[in-house]
Design a protein around this ligand. Structure first.
Ligand code: NOJ
Length: 579
């Protein structure tokens, strides 16, 4: 692997630039760019309903597919659920004061469909208590001059729609989702100007209907993901048109989508097959959704590959569904802004998968994903810190889709230990480097308007339960009150926000010291079980446990949790370089 990497670097350095404004052959991975963001650039943080709200069966909320999935044994790490999570439902005031303290300009959250429509269907039952919760959240954000960026679907489909229709496998979802979205425009649209239809449809389709790691847990390999995506794309377009024809004049808002995408870099940049494989990786990922919305149809390479493999399997039609001419023109141009959730990068090389041996989204791509062992990987297994990949992805989007307006809707890094050291130097480094690459992309001419740190709080991390913490704020999940404690990265992000970027080296050097000072005292508060961020602690009357630190170990494949004292917490091996 490292020989491949060396070869890659050499070729990159030797190649002569030829392409337009962004030089794809240039490697200035190590360099840091001092400068500030355009005036009005919006800094924010985010979360989503199922991951943070808790209150899963409170005030008339219906069940979502995630409630049902998490309640089944063996689906979620340690069989945890989002039943209580951060108790965000009861802590609106607390959480907004955290945002205010950071000087956030926007907060990204999602509306739980079954919280406001318990049966999923608008004509059946509107849960006014659920509406009131989001009303209150939106009003309080606005009172504090924080712009709400609202996602309509962050994975929590009403369970009843899964049972009745098989969820996104069924075309009826298009109209039902449109009804739900329309209700949200009607009730909240006088105050919300930024709507995101779907969050990360790639995950909904692939993890929900192909691998089954996520709700609803179906393993319809090689077929289910494509079908789900097809209906999601149509549902997005329908909602965009509804807004455009019924609400835009009055409400003057924007409707976009949030796509996730890792960057794929060819292992060997002089090898045409690797170059094409890397392009395929990105097209099968972000392009799967972005190309229809911007150009009206699936990427040609997806149509070719899936079509060819389907024919080889003796199928009468491609497993990739087809849009009619009318649908293509209806779908094209339905994105007022493109939300991007980005976390990591892969090296890609060509690898053939003969079609005889079963089919899947993954084998359809004919490629292999690799990582450089030197890339820092402080948290989730899949998440390597590769900041330069972010700039490349942003430039790719600019080039492919006609320089759309971009909102970065998710970017951040986790830590794997439940025993959290609030002095999260690796997260500060990650934010610094990724945000710096985003600044370089703006210099390249990419039209980026906003950045959303993911996430405001530690929260339920889907099938990983609470074992992966992405928060700027640590949440003590063992405490019924779910108190929040600032990690050092809160202070660091605050410094970036207040300078609107990276003014100069001297200033930056002082940021880290300041951040470390604050986290040392927060560490002590955590050890003593005292949060100074929760106003509701006594009201909820939670019990404290003595142990402050848990560490998940993997030994001979068995995962278990050891209680430790905070001082004993093993530090993760980090190879992040100080700059
Ligand atoms: C993308 C998802 O949208 C989000 O919910 C999740 O927390 C992050 N990935 C990190 O895994």
């Amino acid at each position: 692997m490292s020989m491949l990497r060396t070869c890659h670097l050499l070729v990159l350095m030797l190649c002569v630039s030829a392409i337009e404004d962004f030089d794809w052959t240039k490697n200035d991975h190590g360099s840091f760019y001092y400068g500030v963001f355009p005036t009005g650039f919006s800094w924010g943080a985010g979360g989503s309903a199922y991951q943070t709200e808790g209150a899963w069966n409170v005030d008339g909320k219906g069940m979502s597919i995630w409630d049902a999935f998490a309640h089944k044994k063996g689906k979620i790490f340690l069989n945890d659920t989002g039943d209580f999570s951060c108790e965000g439902y009861h802590k609106v005031k607390d959480d907004i004061s955290l945002m205010k303290d950071m000087n956030l300009k926007h907060y990204r959250f999602s509306i739980s469909w079954p919280r406001i429509l318990p049966t999923g269907i608008k004509n059946e039952n509107i849960n006014e208590k659920g509406i009131r919760y989001y009303d209150d959240l939106i009003n309080k954000l606005l009172e504090n001059k924080i712009t709400p960026i609202v996602t309509l679907y962050h994975w929590d489909l009403p369970q009843i729609l899964e049972e009745k229709y098989r969820g996104w496998q069924n075309a009826s979802m298009v109209n039902l989702f449109n009804d739900f979205a329309n209700l949200c425009f009607e009730r909240f649209g006088n105050r919300v100007r930024h709507w995101i239809t779907f969050n990360n449809p790639w995950s909904i389709a692939v993890e929900g209907y192909e691998t089954g790691e996520h709700a609803p847990g179906l393993k319809l390999r090689g077929v289910g993901a494509y079908k789900a995506a097809h209906h999601i794309i149509k549902a997005h377009a329908k909602v965009w048109h509804t807004y455009d024809t019924q609400w835009r004049n009055k409400q003057k808002g924007l409707v976009g989508i949030s796509l996730s995408g890792d960057w794929g870099e060819p292992v060997d940049i002089s090898n045409q097959r690797d170059i094409e494989a890397a392009e395929r990786y990105v097209q099968f990922y972000m392009g799967w959704f972005a190309t229809p919305l911007f150009n009206g149809d699936y990427p040609q390479v997806m149509k070719d590959y899936i079509g060819r493999k389907s024919a080889q399997q003796g199928l009468g039609a491609s497993r990739l569904p087809v849009f009619t001419a009318q649908e293509k023109s209806y779908i094209r141009g339905t994105c007022d802004f493109l939300g991007i959730g980005h976390f990591t990068t892969r090296y890609i090389t060509q690898k053939n998968y003969p079609s005889g041996r079963g089919n899947s989204y993954f084998t359809d791509r004919d490629l292999a994903e690799l990582v450089d062992p030197r890339w820092p990987d402080p948290g989730s297994e899949w998440l390597y810190s590769v900041p330069w990949g972010f700039r490349r992805l942003l430039n790719f989007v600019k080039k492919q889709y006609g320089n759309p307006m971009i909102y970065v809707t998710e970017n951040g890094v986790s830590e794997k230990m439940m025993c959290t050291d609030l002095c999260d130097d690796w997260r500060m480094q990650y934010f610094k480097d990724y945000i710096n690459e985003m600044l370089k992309a703006i210099k390249d001419g990419v039209n980026i308007k906003a950045y959303t740190a993911w996430s405001l709080l530690d929260k339920f991390e889907w099938d990983e339960g609470y074992s992966e913490r992405f928060g700027l704020y640590y949440v003590d999940f063992r405490d019924k009150n779910k108190p929040r404690y600032p990690k050092a990265s809160v202070q660091y992000y605050k410094s970036i926000i207040s300078s609107n970027g990276f003014p100069n080296q001297r200033e930056l050097e002082s940021w880290k010291g300041k951040a470390i000072e604050t986290c040392s005292s927060s560490n002590q508060l955590l050890a003593a079980g005292k949060s100074n961020t929760s106003h509701y602690s006594e009201e909820l009357g939670g019990a404290k446990t003595k142990t402050n630190c848990y560490f998940i170990q993997s030994l001979t494949g068995i995962l278990f949790v050891l209680p430790l004292q905070l001082e004993d917490c093993p530090r993760k091996i980090r190879n992040l370089q100080e700059s």
